[in-house]
Design a protein around this ligand. Structure first.
Ligand SMILES: [Zn+2]
Length: 440
């Protein structure tokens, strides 16, 4: 939940947050909304890699892009990293201050102004939670807006990656804010009542119910939410569909269709994803990818997605998250006990847990999430490598796969080799340079 709140201010992460909900897999890290001019061409594409020797990092960078492109990608990576870290710090500070200093006075003021919000009955609690969440969302938006705008529009525009006018960016920002607000409001109200109803075992109950909820959301997002931000239309391309079906023939992947996603409304970056669960399972290909990639390269990208399916990565990630959520909510319960009673053995009055504990939960879960992220990312990177290996074996052309990755690096201005700690802490995908190196 804190995650959702955190993401609310950063429209650059729109699709990332979508992918979190829709249990989808994308080709590259940080696939984000914004322009369409594919300005940079790779220096070399699709050379005969069967004889390719192992290149050093410098040699590979020189093969992928020109020195100017490399310098620009590194600069883009550096600036994006700096501001997204700052963004996270501001969010944590905001939640910390709300949790420990400002929420109680704020609630006192709300109850004074709106007397019908006092009392611990069902309706006053819902009303007070709604009022608190409204204040939190509004304050957070005000505080983090400059950073969001800088992160989501200014930097992207400066590097020629954004296609949005400030007005259009702002409209999407507001829409995302509204969606996240509604979702958070529902989740936090449910959260509070589940704790009140289930007592000291709330963390187990909440884990199970939130897991089920995220499954439902995973089905709904690609169908209902994605079209609010992008035009999603079925791709009528017989020959490509034929080749896609050929790749999935020996698997259990049943495609409901290939869809074209007009990413270019926002960004010039290319990406593709396999999204949804069950009957909503679909391949989404960005128009930015379709425009600049050959059929063979698109097949290589798709084969990577099939690799995720064959290795059951979504299922594994979701079960991992399921078990992790037990630990997260249990730790949150422990933190609550210490906070309210000073000891792990103090049992709080769960049945009357006050609304002012909500920011505390958001803060604690943000901290836990921060420490959990490297583990989650390590698993994700392992899965990405497995999917790459699968694609290499099945796409039919290592050269096409290599040139697809090179194009992705150039088009998305991805630093081929970001610092090791950055990859360790923040990246769900291996460095693109490493991925290209492994295609031999
Ligand atoms: Zn992937």
């Amino acid at each position: 939940m804190s995650e959702n709140l955190r993401k609310s201010e950063d429209t650059r992460n729109t699709s990332e947050s979508f992918s979190a909900f829709s249990s989808s897999e994308t080709v590259l890290d940080g696939w984000s909304p914004e322009e369409t001019s594919f300005s940079g061409q790779p220096v070399v594409t699709g050379r005969d890699i069967s004889t390719a020797e192992v290149l050093s990092e410098e040699e590979l960078c020189a093969e992928i892009m020109s020195p100017e492109q490399l310098a620009e990608s590194r600069e883009y990576g550096r600036i994006s990293l700096r501001y997204s870290l700052l963004d996270r710090a501001v969010d944590l500070l905001f939640l910390g201050l709300m949790a420990f200093l400002f929420t109680k006075p704020l609630i006192g003021w709300l109850v004074q102004v709106f007397p019908f919000l006092s009392g611990s009955g069902v309706f006053p609690t819902i009303g007070l939670t709604a009022a608190l969440m409204t204040c939190l969302t509004f304050l957070h938006a005000v505080i983090s807006f400059p950073l969001s705008f800088f992160n989501g529009w200014v930097i992207e525009k400066r590097f020629g990656l954004s296609n949005l006018t400030p007005f259009h960016w702002f409209r999407r920002y507001l829409l995302q804010l509204l969606l996240v607000f509604v979702l958070n409001l529902f989740l936090m109200t449910a959260f509070l009542f589940l704790i009140r109803l289930s007592g000291s075992l709330w963390w187990a109950v909440v884990s199970v119910l939130f897991f089920l909820f995220s499954m439902v959301l995973g089905c709904l997002v690609p169908v209902l939410v994605m079209p609010l931000f992008y035009r999603v239309e079925k791709l009528e391309n017989e020959s490509l569909m034929e080749r896609f079906l050929e790749l999935t023939r020996s698997t259990t992947l049943r495609l409901t269709g290939i869809y074209r996603l007009d990413l270019s409304i926002e960004t010039s970056k290319a990406n593709a994803m396999l999204a949804g669960l069950g009957t909503t399972r679909r391949v989404l290909l960005g128009d930015t990818l379709l425009k600049n990639f050959t059929d063979d390269e698109i097949i290589a990208v798709f084969a990577h997605e099939v690799g995720h399916h064959v290795h059951r990565h979504i299922l594994k990630l979701m079960s991992g998250m399921f078990f992790a959520s037990f630990a997260i909510f249990w730790l949150a319960d422990l933190a609550l006990r210490f906070w309210l009673g000073g000891s792990a053995f103090v049992v709080p009055d769960y049945a009357h847990l006050p609304v002012w504990t909500i920011p505390f939960f958001l803060f604690v879960m943000s901290i836990i999430g921060m420490f959990l992220e490297p583990f989650q990312n390590a698993v994700s990177r392992k899965f990405e490598r497995q999917a790459d290996t699968y694609a290499l074996k099945h796409c039919g052309s290592a050269g096409a796969m290599r040139s697809a990755f090179i194009k992705l690096a150039v088009q998305n201005k991805a630093d081929p080799f970001p610092s090791k700690w950055e990859v360790f802490w923040l990246h769900s995908h291996p460095a693109i340079g490493e991925r290209i190196q492994s295609i031999r």
